[in-house]
Ligand binder design. Sequence first.
Ligand code: SF4
Length: 415
Amino acid sequence: MSGSESSSNSLIIPEGINYECMGCGKCCSGWSVPLTAPDYERISKVDWAAKNDKFEGIELFRELKDYEKKGSPYTHAIKHGDDGFCPFLVNNLCYIHSTFESKTKPSICQLFPYNFNETPSGFVSTVSFVSVGAVKNSGKALTEQRDYLETKLGEFKALYPDHHPNWSKIELVKEVPLTWNEYLEIEARLLAILSDGTKSLSLRLAHMSLAIVEVYLGKRGSSLPESQKQIELNRHSLKKSDHVLLRELYRLYFPERLLNRADMNFSASKYMLSSFASKLGIGSPLSLKVPGDSYSIESVKEVAFPSEEVLEGILYRFIYQRIFGKLYFGAGYGQLSLMVGFHHLVAAYVLLKLQARAVSRSRGFKAVQEADLISCVRMLEKRLGDSSLDGYAAAVVELELQSHGRCLRLLSIAD
Ligand code: SF4
């Protein structure tokens, strides 16, 4: 089916992805829960202070600013407390839910962490890795939750009636169009390479990049010599220009503090200035920041990244879900071409591994701890959802991340 044909309504569910809520309450922090007008009316009319002293004198809601309302179904938000948690989280339980019932909660909380993306093949379902339960793959397989997912899809359609991403203009690289069927063939190839457990995950990603290059060359009537199909990541190393790019992506995905809306985009102007400074020999390499400290890439690499099934599984599913859910290119992410969308995902994976090392190191460990990887994955997933790539920023990313060589250099620091 081509991207221009009308989309099917079928629900497509990933294999090997499980979910159940672990009741940890962590999903209820770090964001101001947005409310639709009916949510606001339903929840704000309750006299919460009369039910629990905790709410006495607290301003629970705020109206969204015009730019926040634009293109969204939301009108208000719940104000989070100074600790970053939603004020309705009481003893790790949602007070709205426990006082009334699930249906009284904000629509977005009822839907969370289920996520849907309309494509020409149907609605692709995933679970948000902001949820600890999703990251840990806890509970029943999504494939065994079809009826429940159908209900959630109904809620998603009601909440986002205007969600109709346009997949008719996808590109392999800039100005090389791709049909939807061509994309599906490439995706099947990418997922086959991704599932090849005989190679390290970083090497699999390198081969996935190579597979896209091969499609590109095939379209131009040429092919790669056999010698270039052999990849050894330790033969590559970062250039100064790679540090500039990583620094800007790191600022977006692992910020030291919550970013305001103006800072959530990839800053093309900051990037160009840093690039210029780097060419003049000014500018520092990427450093990884944790509260109260910062580390060089070399020093965090002293922290081992165990190739345990648990840690590899988290990284594998993070990549798998992004690809299966079409959340990395075209209408799924910043209208990037497939090649650049994939390389951007690789850059995010590399930064994720470095940051997990930095956090574990700051806690005195010599090897990455599962809890640290989980917190970094949750942060990255959230930031990928909040940040945007538009206009000039998307054009700069498109230019800077199209190179397979750069992808190999970035991956050379992942392991
Ligand atoms: S309203 Fe309830 S479910 Fe939603 S974030 Fe707050 S405590 Fe969590």
